[in-house]
Design a binder for this molecule. Structure first.
Ligand code: FMN
Length: 262
């Protein structure tokens, strides 16, 4: 049986990251629909372990365009949302509710948010973010994630007044397309490299050579790139894995983790 494409499937199928925005602001109803959808996403223990900051101040957007690895299009987005993995609100609830004192009376060990709590809160924040993306897309509003929000943690902490247990999970830029989008989508790797049955599968060199076929080349075929890479995988390694932004992300996330768990 083949499944007929319904509206949801069509929206997911045609979604692409949008980086050129028409200057038109989003309507209040559209923002409402996006935020409502984010908050209807599944959430661990129904705790909503995240917060969302609507970035309205143009000065903050301009700064984000710099601090998130110099991506000027961020400043042109009419609607920017910062998703935080957030345990601060619950820690404040626990404090105000007298939880630690009551636990002590009951002989129960108290604790601070751990790495496990952080991962759970990150799951919550990202699931809410992606739900917002899909609903925006269904309204004709494109979006783009900015992973570089995990860089420059000290600066972002200051900019958004982040307390100890609020951890930037994702930045999302929304807007209407500035011009008609080309039909061509960014390809995905073949499913055999992504979906396995019952257990993890590691691939041989020969198998991995086919990894990049959807991009029109073998993974290890000889090519010359300006940065000295000699195949497309080396290109990725030099442009992404060992790039300055990647090193800054590592430094910044280490500092955030230290702050969270010490
Ligand atoms: C976690 C995450 C971080 C991303 N960070 C950036 C970013 O900083 N800048 C950017 O232009 N695109 C960013 N993207 C968008 C990806 O580049 C994009 O999803 C990918 O190229 C596939 O293209 P598509 O979304 O159009 O299918 C990010 C996407 C994800 C999921």
């Amino acid at each position: 049986m083949t499944i007929r494409k319904n509206a949801t499937l069509r929206v997911i199928e045609k979604r692409r990251s949008l980086r050129m925005y028409a200057p038109t602001p989003l309507d209040p109803d559209e923002k409402e629909a996006i935020l409502h959808a984010a908050m209807r996403a599944p959430t661990a223990g129904a705790m909503m372990l995240y917060s969302i900051i609507e970035v309205q101040d143009q000065k903050l957007k301009d700064q984000l365009a710099d601090t998130c690895d110099n991506q000027p299009f961020i400043a042109t987005s009419p609607y920017v949302l910062l998703f935080l993995a957030d345990y601060q609100r619950w820690m404040d609830l626990y404090t105000h509710a007298g939880c630690e004192a009551r636990a002590a009376e009951l002989g129960i060990q108290t604790r601070s948010p751990s790495e496990g709590d952080l991962i759970l809160a990150l799951m919550d924040a990202l699931i809410a973010a992606q739900t917002a993306v899909i609903v925006a897309e269904s309204l004709g509003i494109g979006s783009c994630y900015i992973g570089d929000i995990t860089e420059n943690w000290e600066v972002h902490k200051e900019m958004f007044d982040l307390p100890r247990y609020a951890f930037p999970a994702a930045l999302l830029c929304f807007g209407r397309p500035a011009k008609k989008q080309p039909k061509k989508l960014v390809p995905r790797f073949d499913r055999k490299f992504i979906v396995y049955t019952d257990r993890y599968h590691r691939f041989s060199t020969e198998e991995l050579n086919d990894h990049h076929l959807p991009f029109g080349m073998h993974s290890f075929e000889q090519r010359e790139y300006q940065n000295g890479a000699q195949n497309v995988v080396q290109m990725n390694y030099l442009r992404k894995f060992t790039a300055d932004f990647s090193l800054e992300m590592t430094r910044s996330v280490r500092a955030m983790l230290k702050n969270w768990s010490e």
